[in-house]
Design a protein around this ligand. Structure first.
Ligand code: HEC
Length: 189
């Protein structure tokens, strides 16, 4: 071993020592720092959690409030509609959707017949006066065009004419019978 070898050994040793010593210091420092950091982080994390929980509660409360407000406004709007509209909805959407009558057009007569059919065949219970309101409202909002007017009042005219004809024939038959009877009576005397 020359002079250089005698130098290298202690150098290496001191380097090794310094390395360990350094490493020791570094580790404790790191641990200290990291424990401080993690404590701080935990605190921040906890605060963040709490904050988002409060925000969530607040958001839910705001949503519920908005929903309640919407509902109240809707109720107000429904209650503010005209009486015939409310009555129609109350009486005529119990068994079927409003589309049943919303998709139809009739004359006053046609609507009167529809509502009468609902009353007699489907046993819709209407208070006195309600039928008139409902029929008038339906006639006003869903009136019949010319074709429907001709059809519905035409059907009414034909039925009235038919009934009149039957009555007239009946009266004629009774008269003829009476005449025959009185003729037979004349013959018998
Ligand atoms: C108790 C149940 C019930 C109620 C309440 C009711 N309906 Fe009906 N409605 C029926 C049934 C069942 C039918 C299908 C059979 C039929 O056409 O008669 C029907 C069918 C209808 C139709 C389609 C058939 C048609 O006549 O052209 C219309 C329009 C109608 N309803 C209007 C009304 C109106 C207007 C009211 C409110 C006055 C009303 N309904 C209330 C039971 C009901």
């Amino acid at each position: 071993m020359g002079w250089s070898g005698g130098l290298i050994m202690p150098l290496l040793l001191s380097l090794a020592w310094a390395g360990t010593a350094h490493a020791d210091i570094d580790t404790s420092e790191y641990e200290l720092k990291s424990s401080i950091r993690s404590e701080k982080e935990r605190e921040q994390f906890r605060a963040q959690l709490e904050k988002s929980r409060v925000e969530e509660v607040e958001r839910e409360r705001a949503q519920a409030e908005a929903e309640a407000r919407r509902h109240a406004e809707e109720m107000e709007r429904l209650a503010a509609r005209p009486y015939p509209v409310r009555l129609l909805e109350a009486r005529c959407t119990v068994c079927h959707a409003a589309t049943n009558y919303e998709n139809q057009n009739h004359t006053w007569l046609g609507w009167w017949l529809v509502v009468s059919r609902m009353e007699y065949f489907s046993k819709v219970a209407l208070n006195s006066g309600e039928r008139g309101v409902i029929v008038a409202h339906l006639t006003e909002t869903r009136p019949g065009d010319t074709r429907i007017v001709l059809m519905e009042y035409g059907a009414l005219a034909v039925s009235l004419l038919g009934a009149a004809l039957l009555v007239w024939q009946g009266v004629r038959r009774i008269r003829q019978k009476r005449q025959r009877n009185s003729y037979a009576g004349d013959q018998g005397q």
